[in-house]
Unconditional design. Structure first.
Length: 236
C-alpha cells in the first residue's frame, strides 16, 4: 500500500523537477555549421633561430590566427520581432429529412400510453438537424532584445580555410548578484579588424548566453509551484 502511494508522489516530484529546469537550450543538429574537411599539414622544419608557430610579424596587424590567441568581440546585438494573428471561423449546418413514403404509405406511429398526448400521437420519421459553430481568436506579440558590450575570447581551433573557432566566458560579481556571458562561434579572418576586434553580428553559428545568478536573479524567477501550473503538463 505504501509503495502504491509513493509512486504517484514520485511522479509528481519528477514532473516538478523537470518543470523547474531552466538550463541552457540545446543546439539543433539540423542547423549545425558545415565545417571544411581536415587537410593534413606537413611537419614544419624548424631552424636554429626560426621556430614555426612562434614568429612575430613586424609589418602586419596582430590579429588572432593561432590556437590560444585572444580576440575581442564587440556585442552589438539588437533584435526585435512583431507578430499579429487574427482568426475567425463560422460554420452553420441545417439538414431536413422529410417523412419517407414506403409503398405509397407515409409511416406514422404512436408511442405507448402514459405520455402526454402531444408526444404519443402522430409521430413519423421526419427529422430536422441544425448546428452552429463559431470560433474567434486573436493574438498579438512583440519582443525586443538588445545586448551591447564586449568580451574577449580565445581561438580554440583553426580550420584549413583560415576561419577560426572561438570560445570564451566572462563572469562579473557585484554584491549579491552574479552574471556571466558565454560566447562561441566561427569567425572569418577577413572580418577581424585591425585592432583585433570583430562584431558579434559577423560570427557564424554564434551562441551567446547572458545569464544572471544570485538573489537578484532569483527574485525575478517564478516559483516552482507557479511554473507547474503554467507548464504544458498541467492538464487544465
Amino acid at each position: 500500500m505504501r509503495q502504491l502511494i509513493m509512486s504517484p508522489i514520485a511522479g509528481v516530484v519528477m514532473a516538478l523537477a523537470l518543470t523547474g529546469c531552466n538550463g541552457i537550450p540545446k543546439k539543433d543538429p539540423d542547423f549545425a555549421p558545415m565545417r571544411p574537411p581536415v587537410i593534413p599539414i606537413p611537419e614544419p622544419d624548424n631552424g636554429a633561430i626560426f621556430q614555426a608557430g612562434f614568429s612575430q610579424e613586424l609589418f602586419t596587424d596582430r590579429q588572432a590566427r593561432r590556437v590560444g590567441d585572444i580576440l575581442t568581440v564587440n556585442l552589438v546585438e539588437n533584435l526585435s520581432g512583431t507578430s499579429t494573428s487574427e482568426t475567425a471561423v463560422d460554420k452553420a449546418n441545417n439538414t431536413n429529412i422529410t417523412n419517407p413514403t414506403i409503398l405509397g404509405v407515409s409511416p406514422e406511429f404512436d408511442l405507448p400510453s402514459g405520455l402526454p398526448l402531444a408526444v404519443t400521437k402522430a409521430l413519423n420519421l421526419a427529422t430536422t438537424l441544425t448546428s452552429t459553430s463559431t470560433f474567434a481568436g486573436e493574438s498579438d506579440a512583440a519582443k525586443a532584445n538588445t545586448l551591447t558590450g564586449n568580451i574577449s575570447v580565445t581561438v580554440v581551433e583553426v580550420y584549413p580555410n583560415g576561419n577560426v573557432f572561438v570560445r570564451g566566458e566572462k563572469r562579473l560579481t557585484v554584491n549579491e548578484g552574479r552574471e556571466f556571458i558565454r560566447l562561441s562561434g566561427i569567425v572569418r579572418k577577413g572580418d577581424i579588424q585591425a585592432d583585433n576586434t570583430v562584431d558579434s553580428t559577423k560570427i557564424a553559428d554564434a551562441s551567446i548566453y547572458y545569464v544572471g545568478e544570485g538573489q537578484a536573479a532569483d527574485s525575478n524567477k517564478m516559483g516552482w509551484l507557479a511554473r507547474f501550473f503554467n507548464s504544458a503538463i498541467f492538464p487544465f
